[in-house]
Design a protein around this ligand. Structure first.
Ligand code: 5GP
Ligand code: MN
Length: 339
């Protein structure tokens, strides 16, 4: 059988389609983070200012530390309002997909997106995009989808449309996906973007405080509990594991978003280059992987845990029980770990 070569048309090919007002559906991945919500709301506001009718749909609830973001009141949570979200999808002329590259990352939206016949546009920086988009840009070397939305607006010649709300949205994802400008993915271009947003008057301190310094007391105590009771460090394998059961998550009345960033803590231990967080959720066991240096957690996630992501930050899932997942993880980690 002949192989059909998949070619996604370049993103600028949609500019002619956007000459007249369009109905646009924008979405992102399940359990959205700062880059997901920032890129979606930044893009939504930009397209709205260009005269389009835009509906941003998040596949699930956003974490509390993003509740301040400009435009959150326009967001529809698919899990809460599936009928309204589906109607917006049906009515749309164009579908923008931001910060994911596989429909399954949207969970409940997977089938609706797959069945939608309107042109689909991808803006994303994860490895290995699925061949399902008509137009788009996929650049794993970019720090964040927010940086790519910024590039898109510049490519469209609309730099002067960027206002403080768009700037706040795009800075949020740039900041969170670069680990506050510390990960190797933070290029000169990422800093230039931040500098340009600062020139507009961006209040970066406020954004940092909203995202990182707005913890509840319970979340802080939960972190203490996790680091003392739940973190296993395997110095021999340069690796560490935090595994949280549903019971652990209920102990401190943990809110949505309270596990955010936990996986990074073990990487601050000298010699630890691979950190894993396993969380027992209602319907599955979720994994988060982070690494420092040359250990490729994207391949690890894809190979063993039906996942993927970036070289130094990836995720996956397991259909096994919580206990079996931990045992399986340890087995494969003992065989595949950074040297
Ligand atoms: P997190 O650990 O924060 O959930 O995810 C880390 C990175 O891996 C994010 O960029 C996220 O989009 C990606 N990721 C998380 N879970 C999955 C998954 O199940 N499949 C794939 N392909 N990517 C994932
Ligand atoms: Mn991202």
């Amino acid at each position: 059988m002949e192989r059909v070569l998949y070619i996604m048309k370049p993103i600028q090919d949609i500019f002619p389609l956007l000459q007249s007002p369009k109905k646009i559906f924008i979405t992102t991945h399940h359990k959205p983070d700062g880059d997901a919500i920032g890129s979606m709301l930044g893009m939504a506001r930009y397209l709205t200012l260009k005269g389009h009718h835009v509906t941003p749909v998040a596949p699930s609830e956003l974490p509390d530390f993003l509740a301040w973001m400009p435009g959150v009141s326009t967001l529809i949570n698919y899990e809460e309002y599936p009928v309204i979200a589906q109607q917006a999808l049906n009515d749309a002329d164009l579908i923008f997909c931001l910060d994911f590259n596989d429909f399954s990352r949207t969970k409940h939206l997977e089938t609706p997106l797959a069945e939608a016949t309107q042109p689909k546009i991808l803006i994303d920086h994860h490895l290995f995009p699925k061949p399902v988009w008509d137009y788009g840009v996929s650049l794993p070397e970019k720090s964040s989808t927010c940086e790519m939305v910024y590039d898109y607006i510049n490519l469209a010649g609309d730099n002067d449309i960027i206002d403080l709300d768009i700037a706040a949205c795009l800075y949020t994802g740039l900041m969170t996906d670069t680990g506050s400008f510390k990960f190797p993915i933070t290029t000169a271009g990422a800093h230039t973007m931040a500098a340009n947003l600062k020139r507009l008057g961006l209040d970066h301190t406020r954004i940092h405080e909203e995202v990182y310094d707005s913890w509840s007391e319970g979340r802080m105590r939960f972190l203490g509990y996790v680091l003392i009771e739940k973190m296993e460090v395997f110095h021999k394998y340069n690796s560490a594991l935090i595994a949280l059961s549903r019971k652990d998550l209920s102990l401190f009345k943990s809110q949505n978003g309270d596990t955010e960033g936990l996986v990074n803590y073990p990487l601050s231990i000298s010699g630890i280059k691979f950190a894993t967080l396993i969380t027992e959720r209602q319907d599955e066991v979720k994994m988060s992987f982070r690494s420092k240096g040359s250990f490729d957690v994207s391949t690890f996630a894809r190979h063993y845990f039906d996942g993927g992501g970036h070289y130094n930050a990836s995720g996956g899932r397991s259909k096994q029980s919580f206990a079996d997942t931990i045992a399986y993880f340890k087995k494969v980690m003992f065989e595949n770990h950074p040297l």
